[in-house]
Design a protein around this ligand. Structure first.
Ligand SMILES: Nc1nc2c(ncn2[C@@H]2O[C@H](COP(=O)(O)OP(=O)(O)OP(=O)(O)O)[C@@H](O)[C@H]2O)c(=O)[nH]1
Ligand SMILES: [Mg+2]
Length: 367
């Protein structure tokens, strides 16, 4: 029935894929083909013999149109405006969420642009708090916000521990919706919606715990989840491989939707790229807020009796894969999925609700 649901949803969603360079190329090619056909039927009298030989392209006939310059225009606009990207970390207390947030900001994503000089001890997180940094690279500005959440699992009864998180995510959608519905709406609506949620799984080496299943099932419906195995340095390589495989099976068996979802792949190229990620999920990560000297270089790592675990070294752990997925390869896609799918679902639900309420109000008035 899970599959049936998915297909129905897939059909129900009429999404406009973001403009892609490949598609534009295709459009150009189509235009050229059309003009070629016209040319064969009605040859223009002014064409020289050499022109009619071989293939005649649109630009040969009418001069260069310059449609591709739109890419430059789009780039300039985006660069001027900058953009916002919000990630949230969620999971049981003590799994290293706050440490990973620090790792992210100290790692290559921002080492140049911000020099974190806070060396204070990371303590238990008790409030939901967000850390933002403006990161600038080659003239492109990004405001990266990471929302750190207090871990759950401390109470005797953890029954509704997902509620504050679900509430936060929905509140951000609500804020956006209110701005959108405003008569004098802003030219650019501030975007505090959660574009990606990194969910921390304890490195037990067994299987998903009921609390993680429950949590992710709820969260997966409203936000893109990227599950990770926390403190992966506590697993051997074999344990890690086996655990990853078991989690993938468990996720599927429980119908938990994690990012990147198959049904949102846009084309074959996307599918190939995302299949590789899906085969590798959940990333086994290690976090740290300390730097160490390795062969004369400063590296982010955890010093143990047996050596230094280099956090950004892909031979040691998969933190770099996680960072690349979030920031380098899938940032725009995460934003698109958030806007087109999660926010859209929220918007439709809310508008239906208020329509229904409005109707009820009218009915009451008429009585
Ligand atoms: N072995 C190991 N220890 C880690 C790792 N990441 C963090 N730790 C340690 O785990 C402890 C808890 O880390 P925090 O970052 O405070 O954990 P948290 O998930 O933010 O905890 P709460 O704020 O209570 O939710 C600290 O002592 C960290 O040094 C890791 O990757 N491997
Ligand atoms: Mg914390």
């Amino acid at each position: 029935s899970q599959d049936g649901n998915d297909t129905a949803q897939e059909q129900g969603l009429d999404l406009e894929p973001p403009v892609r360079m490949e598609e534009e190329k295709e459009v150009m090619e189509e235009m050229e083909v059309e003009e070629r056909v016209v040319e064969i039927e009605h040859p223009l009298p002014c064409l020289s013999e050499s022109d009619t030989q071989g293939i005649i392209k649109g630009r040969d006939l009418f001069g260069y149109v310059g449609i591709e310059a739109v890419l430059d225009q789009m780039r300039r606009k985006t660069m001027k405006a900058g953009f916002e990207f919000n990630i949230m970390v969620v999971g049981q207390s003590g799994l290293g969420k706050s440490t990973l947030v620090n790792t992210l900001f100290k790692s290559k994503v921002s080492r140049k642009s911000c020099t974190p000089n806070y060396e204070e001890q990371i303590s238990k997180t008790v409030h939901l708090q967000s850390v933002s940094h403006i990161i600038e690279e080659k003239g492109v500005k990004m405001k990266l916000t990471v929302i750190d959440t207090p871990g759950f699992g401390d109470q005797i009864n953890n029954e509704n521990c997902w509620e504050p998180i679900v509430q936060y995510v929905n509140e951000q959608y609500e804020k956006y919706l209110k701005e959108e519905l405003n008569v004098n709406r802003k030219k650019r609506i501030p975007d505090s919606r959660v574009h990606g949620c990194v969910y921390f799984l304890p490195a037990t080496g067994h299987w998903l715990r009921p609390i993680d299943v429950e949590f992710m099932r709820r969260l997966g419906k409203i936000v893109s989840i990227v599950p990770v195995i926390a403190k992966a340095d506590t697993l051997t390589l074999e344990e890690r491989l086996e655990f990853k495989q078991r989690i993938r099976q468990d996720l599927q068996a429980n119908g938990i939707r994690v990012y990147p979802q198959k049904e949102y792949d846009e084309d074959a190229e996307d599918r190939i790229l995302n299949d590789k990620i899906r085969e590798n999920i959940p990333f086994a990560v290690v976090g740290t807020d300390k730097e160490h000297q390795v062969n004369g270089n400063k590296v982010l790592g955890r010093k143990t009796k047996w050596g230094i675990i280099e956090v950004e070294n892909v031979a040691h752990c998969e933190f770099a894969h996680l960072r690349d997925l979030l920031i380098r390869s899938h940032l725009q896609d995460l934003k698109d999925v958030t806007h087109n799918i999660h926010y859209e679902t929220y918007r439709v639900k809310r508008l239906n609700e208020s329509n229904a309420n409005g109707l009820a109000y009218e009915l009451v008035q008429n009585i």
